[in-house]
Design a protein around this ligand. Structure first.
Ligand SMILES: [Cu+2]
Length: 234
């Protein structure tokens, strides 16, 4: 992975001015319209581009604070549906310990499984709601498949940090109000040899935007695996 650029700039001076105006208005009215900590954070924006320079969708971005006293939530839940013989959505990022449900919305049965080292499991042929959610206690990338329909693939990024998310179709992920401090930025992608690759550090300061562009050696638009492309399945 290559860091292309890191830019830090004050963001939206008009926006800050507006916030101050709102705070002043609040002071005149004798009420607090904006919390004192509202300006404590900064924005972080990460753009991931692939080997051909185009944006990479569904890369996971993980911000890891050095003094991270983060503890995984115990009650987080997520869902990946099966709709029209596809996993929907095809990728999610979740904190460790999350329980994920895999409801089958189709009128045929699916057989959901993973052989990934971070989580190996199997939900044998079923329709509707499976009897139990699957818990993901270890960080890493988990690839989900269906034993019946070979093209059905989803990726679950199980993350051991508080701030994370997936890039959009343009390869962009952004977070607002990131607490000030130093962070390691990691970009995870199922197409990369190593599950995690550290891109180095950024410093987030109040009222600034950190704009990071990274390049990864994966195809920006992998060939879709869809029904009809796998012989013998429909
Ligand atoms: Cu299936």
């Amino acid at each position: 992975m290559t860091i292309l650029t890191v830019n830090t700039k004050a963001f939206r001076p008009l926006g800050v001015g507006m916030r101050q105006m709102i705070a002043l208005l609040g002071a005149l009215l004798g009420v607090m319209l904006i919390s004192p900590g509202a300006l404590a954070g900064g924005e972080v924006r990460v753009t991931v581009q692939g080997a051909d320079g185009a944006g990479v969708e569904h890369a996971a971005i993980v911000l890891r604070g050095p003094e991270d006293a983060w503890e995984p939530p115990s009650d987080n839940e997520a869902t990946i549906d099966q709709i029209d013989r596809e996993f929907v959505p095809p990728a999610i990022s979740i904190p460790v310990n999350t329980r994920v449900l895999f409801p089958n919305q189709d009128d045929i049965r699916h057989h959901v499984y993973s052989f990934s080292s971070a989580k190996s499991f199997e939900l044998p042929l079923y329709k509707g709601m499976p009897a139990r959610p699957i818990r993901f206690p270890q960080p890493g990338i988990v690839t989900i498949g269906c034993n019946i329909h070979d093209w059905m693939i989803a990726h679950i990024y199980v993350v051991d940090a508080a701030i994370h998310g997936l890039t959009d179709a343009e390869g962009v992920w952004a977070a607002a109000d990131v607490p000030a401090g130093r962070y390691r930025v990691e970009v995870w992608h199922h197409g990369l040899d190593e599950e995690r690759q550290t891109t180095g550090e950024i410093r987030v300061e109040p009222g600034t935007e950190v704009d990071l562009e990274v390049s990864v050696e994966v195809a920006s638009r992998p060939a879709p695996r869809r029904r009809g492309t796998v012989p013998g399945y429909r």
